[in-house]
Design a protein around this ligand. Structure first.
Ligand code: GTP
Length: 235
């Protein structure tokens, strides 16, 4: 396998599958199958999951709600997804631990970096819920931060698109996909990979990002086999 320790960022919205809201059980199970495949090969896996299928802080602000309040609701939404993912992983026989950035000790361990490392070393999948625990940060920022903290070799950002394009491929059918692109070129070309806070954290810590289509079964395994899937952002 190309990487021994990864941080997998999953999108909450993708968990909806074909539904308009919430969690699609087939999609959830399919994600867990993909994770199991690489876990069985000994890859150490940490996961951060978004909450956009349930609640988005930014939209709440547009509706007149205080941004901070909305962001905390979004963090709770990530915990719902994290718990669903944990249940699905465990139903397939994968040991996992859930750590929350906001203390809710009846349902999850608090985030403790050294404990997270021990879980990884013991072969448990670790899921980090509740984002960074702070408003004004996205779950992409949580993914970058946790990846750096646990010395992950890469962030694998699972999305619905199969990589980074020169332009939005839905608007311009002639847009082409990058296989590899540097952090500097992403800035220069104004490409949208992650929000700037998350992206800068990766750049400053030389943490490569692979953007790939997680909704195609088998893709996670292909990324780890080093196949040409998605786009890699690196120095
Ligand atoms: P090691 O003993 O270090 O190998 O790890 P472990 O996770 O098996 O041990 P621990 O005794 O810490 O945890 C046993 C179970 O309790 C695991 O399922 C943990 O996720 C869970 N657990 C540990 N701390 C907490 C907590 O603060 N809140 C909740 N809800 N569960 C916890």
């Amino acid at each position: 396998m190309k990487y021994k320790r990864i941080l997998l960022k999953l999108s909450g919205e993708s968990l909806m599958g074909d539904k308009l809201f919430g969690i699609d059980n087939n999609r959830l199970s399919e994600y867990a199958d993909q994770i199991k495949l690489v876990h069985d090969k000994g890859v150490q896996i940490a996961i951060v999951i978004g909450g956009g299928n349930i609640f988005r802080g930014v939209q709440a602000e547009q509706g007149g709600m205080d941004r901070t309040h909305g962001d905390y609701m979004g963090m709770l939404a990530t915990m719902i997804n994290a718990m669903a993912l944990q249940a699905s992983l465990e139903s397939k026989g994968i040991q996992s631990r859930l750590q929350s950035a906001i203390e809710m000790k009846e349902i999850a361990e608090p985030y403790i970096r050294r404990k997270a490392l021990r879980h990884l070393e013991k072969g448990r999948v670790i899921i980090f819920g509740a984002g960074t625990g702070n408003p004004y940060f996205t779950t992409d920022s949580a993914a970058s931060l946790r990846a750096i903290e646990i010395n992950a070799e890469v962030i694998l950002k699972g999305t619905r698109v199969d990589g980074i394009y020169t332009e939005d491929p839905e608007k311009n059918p002639n847009a082409t996909k990058f296989d590899v692109i540097s952090f500097d070129d992403v800035y220069k070309k104004g490409l949208n990979v992650m929000d700037m806070t998350a992206f800068t954290l990766c750049k400053e810590n030389r943490l490569p990002i692979v953007v790939f289509d997680m909704d195609t079964p088998g893709n996670l395994n292909k990324v780890l086999l080093g196949e040409k899937v998605g786009t890699t952002v690196c120095d």
